[in-house]
Ligand binder design. Structure first.
Ligand code: PMP
Length: 437
């Protein structure tokens, strides 16, 4: 593969593609964080992905640490997934009627997430969380929801309050277009803070339908729950008759067990999944206790629907991904070992070069925060030096490593990231970090 440095002429291919895209798409992109606004410069336009690497419009190959923002745990264009999609496509792209492929995916999901008694397939993580909240409100007959500052649950109106990911990246305090009445129905508490959650639940008896949380947040960068925190959230929500929704859209399949709920042995009422379960195609899931899920139409009185829900290509890509993971547990164990080596290596390199940094890792996802404070919530994440991150990002890009273009995001490894890729990333960091002092 061609690892030559990008020349000015090459870079023009991305500049030109960006200029053309800007004629049609606001900011030239179809999702804000892709625009490089937080780090400056022109976004790369990708033409091809193979395993751990991606090729941009200039023809240059990069080691990819974004992996489509999480779905590609098997790497780009994995043969099992491509074959499954091809097979499904030749039999028809969409029916708007049930297929046995959906049930096959459900079996694979439940094998990985045994607490899901019933589930429903949707097309995006945003849909999954919005529907889970409506269901929680319908089931409990209560109006309010609680989320944690810095967690991101998609772009549904009630979830854009104090959100992570792009909302954090662009420092948007609240989103224009969300009515004050809707925003007022979302209460926000810091992550890893049980006393504040307890006080809030006490203050609004019989009003709170659900607490929604990323059990391992990745959208303020990766933050780990402190010992006993998730258990505490479960105990408090039970005590106050509030449903607990784990949004595992990002952290699902990233730890030593598929569910963070199984890693931490905490039983949520509802779970949202996305990214890896769709194998790179548009698919997400919400599910949980049958008594709650059976309130959904057509059985119950909570409505939610989708023309392309359970799309044959998407369910086939997801099922092929989950089947591959289930058949090769050793591959994920080995990957987690490489992830540990990489993240420890990055932390040591930062220390060696005198750059204050915190490296947080959950399984095969991680964030390097440029701050001297441990990062355990949104407030501490925001102490990061985002200008230094931008320099790091561009330095790594010049060395052939494509990192997420924001401090407040996770980096994702895939089973295609072998020792050679880990060594190359560490070597690149060793060159870039000294320039950041
Ligand atoms: N929840 C979490 C935890 C996420 O990370 C994301 C997306 N990054 C979403 C929900 C929204 O998913 P989507 O972008 O597929 O709508």
């Amino acid at each position: 593969m061609n690892d030559k440095p990008t020349t000015q002429t090459d870079q023009n291919a991305n500049d030109q593609a960006f200029a053309e895209a800007k004629r049609f798409f606001p900011g030239g992109v179809n999702s804000p964080v892709r625009a490089f606004k937080a780090v400056g410069g022109t976004p790369l336009f990708f033409e091809e992905g193979r395993g751990a690497r991606v090729r941009d419009a200039s023809g240059r190959w990069f080691i990819d640490l974004v992996g489509s923002w999480g779905p590609l745990l098997l790497g780009h264009a994995h043969p099992d997934v491509v074959a499954a999609v091809r097979d499904a496509a030749t039999s028809g792209l969409s029916f708007g009627a049930p297929t046995r492929r959906e049930t096959a995916l459900a079996q694979a999901i439940v094998a990985a997430f045994p607490r899901l008694e019933k589930l429903r397939l949707v097309c995006s993580g945003t849909e999954a969380t919005m529907a889970a909240l409506r269901l929680a409100r319908g089931y409990t007959g209560r109006p309010l929801i609680v989320k944690m500052a810095g967690c991101y649950h998609g772009h549904g109106d009630s979830l854009l309050v104090d959100a992570g990911s792009g909302v954090a990246t662009f420092g948007i305090p609240g989103c224009a277009g969300v009515t004050a009445a809707t925003a007022a129905e979302t209460l926000v508490v810091p992550f890893n803070d049980l006393p504040t959650l307890r006080a809030l639940l006490e203050r609004h008896p019989d009003k709170i339908a659900a607490v929604i949380v990323e059990p391992v947040p990745g959208n303020m960068g990766v933050v780990l729950p402190t010992c006993g925190y998730l258990e505490g959230v479960r105990a408090l929500t039970k005590q106050y008759g509030v449903l607990l929704i784990f949004d595992e859209v990002m952290c699902g399949f990233r730890g030593s067990k598929p569910g963070a709920q199984d890693v931490f042995a905490v039983d949520p009422d509802l779970t949202c999944l996305g990214k890896v379960v769709g194998g790179g195609l548009p698919l997400a899931v919400y599910g949980g206790r049958a008594a709650i899920m059976d309130r959904l139409s057509p059985l119950g009185d909570v409505y939610q629907a989708g023309t392309l829900a359970g799309n044959p290509l998407a369910v086939s890509a997801g099922a092929a991904t989950l089947r591959h993971l289930a058949a090769h547990p050793e591959a994920l164990v080995a990957l987690e070992g490489r992830a540990a080596r990489l993240v420890e290596g990055l932390a040591q390199a930062a220390a060696r070069h005198g750059v204050p940094a915190q490296a947080n890792r959950y399984g095969t996802m991680f964030t390097v925060f440029f701050t001297d404070r441990p990062v355990s919530d949104y407030a501490s994440a925001k102490t990061s030096d985002t200008k230094r991150f931008a320099r790091f990002f561009h330095g790594m890009l010049a060395e052939g490593v494509y990192w997420a273009p924001s401090q407040f995001e996770a980096a994702f490894l895939s089973i295609a990231h072998g020792d050679a890729e880990i060594d190359a990333i560490l070597a690149a960091a060793d060159k870039v970090l000294p320039t950041l002092r």
